[in-house]
Design a protein around this ligand. Structure first.
Ligand code: CP
Ligand code: NVA
Length: 317
């Protein structure tokens, strides 16, 4: 016999297509629930019994796909996978309205944010963004869980992202601002995060007593940071720019010298997959202060919490 799970707050917004679809209060509850799910997985093993969830992946994935499949299975649900372009054989609105009749939720990794937004628009079941060109909000949840585990509390920490102002950077910028962390982004000229997202994150940070700064100087961002984060220089879909990006990003590698600018107890973070010798050296990613596999593990727990808060309707439904 397993005890019924403790109260699970339902997220008010029907979907999670971007970081701000959940409120700050819901985010804090989600991180608490993720910690509980990690501690006591057996309490939740029938929480999604009877629910089928579609995984639609237009792009490759190891972590996201496997952790969603495992999360759904371990919560008692059933995951069904479709790989390939979404909406090329028939209109996206038809895909969404077919899925709607079969499954309780949709997890989608897409090239364009518009695709995941349109899925949400045309289906009545919750749609989760498993990475788009604009956001990687599930990654950001797991990363905040990892930071909490490491530092206890995240408010007041300095978080440095060195590299491309990409989907991962944009999600982290918003979530760090929301949690009262100082977020510093260092990117090469012309590889900026979206200006509207930066402005929005600055406003959210101000409400939470923290700052968002953007610079072209990696050392400035890294100085006194509690965590240094990086990601590939050429994201999925930009592989044809890899050579020119290697030149543009050459000064933005997280090596031991840059890591030494951070606090002595600073951690190294990366969403993975990593290209050792490009955005990070082998010495840094393999150092005892690298938490990259904690982040990967927490994808499972944070996404379980997210699924529960979007889909849980009662024990053994
Ligand atoms: N970090 C992450 O999303 O990894 P995958 O691309 O393997 O899913
Ligand atoms: N920015 C990377 C993240 C991969 C998890 C990409 O979009 O390819």
């Amino acid at each position: 016999m397993t005890a019924a799970p403790p109260h699970i707050q339902r997220i008010a917004h029907p979907d999670f297509t971007q970081d701000l679809d959940i409120t700050r209060e819901e985010l804090l509850n989600l991180l608490d629930l993720a910690a509980d799910v990690k501690r006591s997985p057996e309490l939740y093993r029938t929480s999604l019994a009877g629910k089928s969830i579609a995984l639609l992946f237009e792009k490759p994935s190891l972590r996201t796909r496997m952790t969603f499949e495992l999360a759904i299975q371990q919560l008692g649900g059933f995951a069904i996978l479709n790989e390939g372009p979404i909406g090329s054989r028939e209109p996206l609105k038809d895909v969404a309205r077919n899925l709607d009749r079969w499954v309780s939720g949709i997890v989608s990794r897409t090239y364009l944010q518009k695709t995941v937004d349109d899925l949400a628009r045309w289906s009545s079941v919750p749609v989760i963004n498993a990475l788009s060109d604009t956001w990687h909000p599930c990654q950001a949840l797991a990363d905040m869980q990892t930071l909490r585990e490491h530092f206890g509390s995240v408010r007041g920490l300095k978080f440095a992202f060195v590299g491309d102002g990409n989907n991962v950077a944009q999600s982290l910028m918003l979530i760090c601002a929301r949690l009262g962390m100082d977020f510093a982004l260092a990117n090469p000229p012309n590889y900026n995060a979206n200006a509207d997202i930066i402005a929005q994150a600055k406003g959210i940070a101000a409400e939470n007593g923290s700052t968002v700064t953007v610079t072209n100087d990696p050392a400035e961002a890294a100085r006194n940071a509690h965590a240094i984060y990086t990601d590939v220089w050429a994201s999925m879909g930009a592989e044809n720019e890899a050579a020119e990006r290697r030149t543009a990003f050459a000064e933005y590698q997280v090596d031991e010298d840059l890591f030494a600018q951070a606090r002595p107890n600073a951690i190294f973070m990366h969403c993975l997959p990593a290209k050792r010798g490009e955005e990070v050296t082998d010495a840094v990613i393999e150092s005892p202060r690298s938490v990259v596999f904690d982040q990967a593990e927490n994808r499972l727990h944070a996404q379980k919490a997210l699924l529960l808060m979007l889909l849980y309707t009662g024990q053994n439904q």
